[in-house]
Ligand binder design. Structure first.
Ligand SMILES: Cc1cc2nc3c(=O)[nH]c(=O)nc-3n(C[C@H](O)[C@H](O)[C@H](O)COP(=O)(O)O)c2cc1C
Length: 193
């Protein structure tokens, strides 16, 4: 059993969440549980959450605050950070990328990232407009995350939803799913040693 935490931010690529989920769950050899964490802006790109099931749960900032009332209650971001074997953030917006690179933690997703055990894999898939991507800060922020051992699945070039053509689109869902499958395989191998 592998626990995958999937974070989605306020990028239009979050509309691909159902496809991404399906790909991750479609593992032949390993049982996978997925917890999805949406930022407030990420929620905007999901009309409904029809994919909640025994193996998939979806969390938002609301859950972080409604699940804690008194001392002794579990703190959701800490629980999710401990629960996960792998943290995949796809898509990662320019805003959340900047927050992660600078240690900011003002919502469920960034609190999980701040509480992340850095010996576990964290994979991020940036997605943004070409101009945003080409801004000098983007490379600076990505390099910071890479220096911590996090893995980046690079953006691709295409005509973006805003009409601009260039680098900045999230990697293809198949590429991301394949990458996750390989990490799961490695993790299983490691567990079996
Ligand atoms: C329709 C629409 C699409 C957007 N797409 C992106 C995107 O692909 N990448 C990005 O970095 N920001 C995008 N933004 C801007 C982010 O939603 C905005 O920076 C937001 O604050 C991100 O919040 P989050 O990082 O907490 O999810 C988009 C905004 C709108 C209105």
């Amino acid at each position: 059993m592998v626990n995958v935490l999937l974070g989605c931010t306020g990028s239009v690529a979050t509309i691909k969440l159902p496809l991404l989920l399906q790909g991750i769950l479609d593992q032949n050899e390993t049982e996978v549980k997925v917890n999805v964490v949406l930022t407030r802006r990420g929620e905007h790109f999901i009309n409904s959450l029809p994919f909640s099931s025994e193996n998939v749960k979806v969390f938002t900032d609301e859950d972080e605050w409604s699940s804690w009332e008194k001392r002794g209650d579990p703190v959701l971001h800490i629980e999710l950070a401990k629960w996960a074997d792998i943290f995949v953030i796809a898509p990662l917006s320019a805003n959340s990328l900047a927050k992660l690179a600078n240690g900011l933690c003002d919502n469920l997703l960034t609190c999980i990232a701040r509480a992340w055990d850095q010996s576990k894999p964290l994979i991020f898939c940036p997605a943004m407009n070409t101009k945003m991507y080409e801004h000098v800060l983007t490379k600076e922020h990505i390099d910071k995350l890479l220096s911590w051992g996090y893995k980046c699945i690079p953006v691709i070039e295409k005509t973006l939803m805003c009409g601009d053509t260039g680098l900045g689109a999230m990697a293809e869902v198949d590429t991301i799913v394949e990458y996750i499958k390989n990490v799961i395989k490695e993790k299983k191998l490691y567990k079996n040693v």
